[in-house]
Design a protein around this ligand. Structure first.
Ligand SMILES: *Cc1c(COP(=O)(O)O)cnc(C)c1O
Length: 851
């Protein structure tokens, strides 16, 4: 054989002058929610558009010059192009219309850190819910024109691509991205050279390249260590999302947290509000404290200054889901940092300490170094408050500082185009700006039923079409016969969409119990196979490559889907990503979710379904615990948490079968003369109207601004004034309390009165031994409420006792005269806790004495 060399050559198309702004459109993730922009690219060459996986940037590098030239002279194309540009330009020139932003200072800027971001399938640096939520947060920040930058990692290989083989085994594939195909650009210095920043890892400097992705008004900075200047190992640090071992993970988190702060510094960006989305990014708080210590502040005051303007959001509902690192690993990576912080090794380790284990816990660090912490639904708030109650050991979890902001989804991204067009026509374009107003959405009921129904059917057809394509590919790869494929796709027929279709798509984590509905095959048979009222079940999702039980779920579904009787009724679609998610949530009739309560922190896919008129059938956990109003879908009440797991599955599985059999299926197939179920349409309309205004990131980001960002802004500014006077003041006060508190005690001086006639006054007297503290350092308080069985601390009214003088040399007396307003049996408590008006949360010290 003769020797030959394969030379490669890339020819870049030349964009005609008339269309030169296509480049700009391809470089702004605005297209991730503006479908008209995506349609513009696809129109140039629909086949190529599919090949490049819907990436406008990759598309523009490959499109035929002749197609571009033709388009530049095609009047319909140009009119589409102009209308896209006009929408793009008006979006980018609009000032904020949103009131709470006016409560921020003009110099305020939020820095939002997250381990993953999901905007669109063309930027594959996400794995699932957390990343997509972060992406949606950025999109809503852009819509509101909030001053906001985001920081993340640029993964060369991202999360894995999934295929499923002919035995139902998940195969994971990692592909290198060509960064030139991604909607990102290197950040440049004034002289046009690329900006670099760096971090120290033990014995070496790691260089970081900074890339920028533009999301409308918002910039996302992505950090990349895959550079020739770095060692082979360091280059791999930013390769895989959730890949590698603990060493890889800690190095990734150091790059994100410490490298992220360095990157913002290098670019001259000065955030005033810092938000760590999950604990992966918590090292950013240490990096910021280190900067202040370098300026001469002591660590304790630096920590107060950092924490005062830091928000931490936790997303997990199991302690094992919180990242933690062994002690020796922490010493290895942080020795230089803690000596510079002037902390002893023990003091440093205390920052990540939890009572459960000696490891350094990232959630513990994040809570200690932030003053605003939240879970992502009402139920998850309580779960997190319990998991993290050790942070405030003397405070009842129901009262501790953890709050909640329920997640949302970015409506323009997940609402199908058909609905957008319909709303424009039927409700007028103002629906876009009144999106958060529940009253406005009552108008959905004015939409004629048959129009509403036909849109639902058409979305289902499109979904069937999409999954047929995927299943066909899957079948060819797995050497399946055509006859097999025909049987498989028998019910997923775009021409016959009037078949009840259930969707279940999310990570295959065991707590989500993907196979709950498949527990009892006899009942399943009765549900799915009735020829009068057939049902189709569609499954999709990835299991982490190291999660064997998760992969077992996939095999189990595959196995049942291939049993001859179920063939065609159960479909398992591979490669769950944003694109498939958008299709499924808008196309199926029922969105199913049945996690083990209370482990679903929020869940967001059900919101995406709900806003598209898909009805939720879910365990009342996470967001559905507050979203379900009894008429907008179906809720399964979880049985007791103490019940043994298999009994729980049996009980909740039975409820699921019953609801499907007695309610869902009869309602769907209650076709009147019109050929569809009027009641179903009613319920779907109500689902949309009740969920769309509430479960949007528009509402969510608004809530973050109102609850946390404005507070962080005020505190951040206050704490740093006059050479950090307040930070020093607060840290000195806390030190004083920590030293004295063990010697503080109290006793009641008045004799408790058990009966009283209305109109009479009670006189409470408490003596407190302050152990050197001042009377102003504590609050002595009466809590009073009407008695009932399940009384919660937040139901009590609070009354403060006033300091009235000393008793002897040791004790201080506090008194309150109180005339009860209520009659009947009441319950009350007296308590003492340390208090300073500059605290973010009154119970922040975690100390409390109950009398
Ligand atoms: C919305 C979404 C998720 C989150 O789904 P949950 O059911 O909330 O866990 C995961 N993956 C993709 C691709 C999504 O679009």
């Amino acid at each position: 054989m003769t020797q030959r060399t394969a030379f490669t050559l890339t020819v870049s198309p030349k964009i005609p002058e008339r269309l030169h702004r296509l480049e700009e459109l391809a470089n702004n993730l605005w297209y991730s929610w503006d479908r008209a922009t995506r349609a513009l690219f696809s129109r140039l060459d629909p086949h190529l558009w599919e090949i490049v996986g819907h990436s406008p940037k990759a598309f523009l590098r490959r499109v035929n010059e002749s197609d571009l030239l033709k388009a530049s002279k095609d009047l319909t194309f140009l009119s589409h192009y102009n209308s896209v540009l006009s929408a793009y330009d008006s979006y980018h020139s609009e000032p904020s219309r949103y009131q709470p932003i006016k409560d921020l200072n003009p110099r305020d800027q939020v820095a939002y850190f997250c381990f993953e971001f999901g905007f669109h399938e063309s930027l594959p640096v996400y794995s699932g819910g957390l990343g997509i939520l972060a992406g949606d947060h950025c999109k809503a920040a852009s819509d509101l024109n909030l001053p906001f930058v985001a920081v993340g990692l640029l993964y060369r290989q991202g999360y894995f691509t999934q295929t499923i083989d002919e035995q139902g085994n998940q195969q994971s594939h990692y592909y290198d991205s060509d960064f030139e195909d991604l909607p990102i650009k290197p950040v440049l210095n004034d002289d046009g050279s690329e900006i670099r920043t760096s971090i120290q890892l033990p014995g070496r400097t790691v260089i970081i390249k900074i890339w920028r992705a533009q999301i409308g008004h918002v910039n996302l900075y992505l950090l990349d260590t895959d550079l020739p200047e770095n060692s082979e190992n360091d280059r791999l640090v930013t390769h895989q999302l959730y890949g590698g071992n603990k060493t890889m993970r800690i190095e990734q988190e150091i790059v994100l947290g410490i490298g992220g702060v360095a990157a913002l510094d290098t670019m001259g960006i000065k955030p005033t509000i810092w938000h760590s989305n999950e604990g992966h990014a918590a090292f950013m708080m240490l990096a910021r404290a280190l900067k202040l210590v370098r300026q001469g502040l002591d660590f304790a005051s630096a920590m107060e200054a950092v924490a005062a303007c830091t928000i931490f959001t936790t997303h997990t509902a199991v302690p094992a889901g919180h990242d933690h690192f062994p002690e020796d690993m922490m010493h290895h990576y942080f020795r230089d940092i803690y000596s510079e912080l002037k902390l002893s090794p023990e003091e440093f380790m205390t920052l990540g300490h939890t009572p459960q284990c000696n490891d350094f816990n990232m959630t513990a660090l994040a809570i200690r170094m932030s003053r605003m912490q939240n879970g992502v639904s009402r139920i998850h708030r309580d779960v997190s408050a319990n998991i993290c109650s050790y942070m405030w050991p003397q405070i009842e979890p129901e009262e501790n500082p953890i709050g909640y902001v329920t997640n949302g989804v970015h409506v323009p991204t997940f609402l199908a185009q058909e609905w957008i067009d319909l709303f424009d026509r039927q409700l007028g374009p103002q629906w876009r700006t009144t999106q958060h107003d529940p009253e406005f959405w009552a108008k959905i009921h004015d939409i004629p039923d048959h129009i509403f129904w036909s849109i639902r059917q058409s979305l289902k057809s499109q979904m069937f079409h999409g999954i047929r394509t995927r299943l066909t590919e899957q079948n060819i790869r797995n050497h399946g016969s055509e006859a097999h494929l025909d049987r498989l796709l028998k019910f997923a027929d775009p021409l016959k969409p009037n078949i009840l279709t259930l969707g279940f798509a999310r990570r295959f984590a065991t707590y989500k119990r993907a196979t709950l509905l498949l527990r009892d095959l006899d009942r399943l048979r009765k549900l799915l196979l009735n020829p009068e009222r057939p049902v189709v079940l569609i499954f999709a999702g990835k299991a982490h490559p190291a999660d064997q039980p998760g992969q077992e779920l996939i095999r189990r579904i595959y196995h049942i889907a291939n049993m001859p009787e179920f063939r065609g009724h159960i479909l398992l679609v591979e490669g769950y990503d944003l694109r498939l998610a958008r299709r499924l949530v808008s196309g199926v009739d029922i969105w199913l979710n049945n996690p083990i309560y209370p482990l679903e922190a929020s869940g967001t896919s059900g919101m995406k379904a709900g806003i598209n008129g898909t009805l939720n059938l879910s365990i009342l956990d996470g967001w559905w615990g507050e979203g379900h109003d009894g008429k907008n879908g179906w809720g399964i009440k979880p049985v007791s948490e103490n019940m043994e797991a298999s009994l729980r599955d049996a009980e909740e599985g039975r409820s699921l079968y019953e609801i499907l059999q007695d309610q869902v299926i009869p309602l769907y197939y209650d076709h009147g003369k019109s050929g569809y179920s009027v009641e179903w349409v009613n319920m779907a309309k109500h689902s949309m109207a009740s969920l769309l205004p509430q479960y949007s990131t528009r509402r969510m980001v608004g809530e973050y601004i109102q609850k946390y960002y404005t507070l962080a802004s005020q505190q951040g500014a206050g704490y740093s004034q006059d050479n950090f006077a307040i930070a020093k003041n607060v840290s000195a006060w806390k030190a004083r309390i920590n030293t004295a508190w063990n010697g503080v005690s109290s006793r009641r001086l008045d004799i408790p009165c058990e009966h009283l006639e209305f109109g009479h006054t009670l006189h409470f007297k408490v003596a407190v031994k302050l152990n050197g503290l001042q009377p102003t350092d504590v609050i002595v308080e009466l809590l009073l409420a009407r008695q009932h069985k399940k009384i919660r601390l937040n139901e009590f009214q609070h009354f403060k006792l006033e300091y009235t003088g000393t008793i002897g040399s040791q004790e201080h007396q506090f008194e309150l005269k109180h005339q009860p307003e209520l009659c009947g049996k009441q319950q009350y408590y007296l308590r003492v806790y340390p208090y300073h008006p500059l605290l973010t949360h009154p119970l922040e010290m975690g100390k409390m004495i109950w009398l």
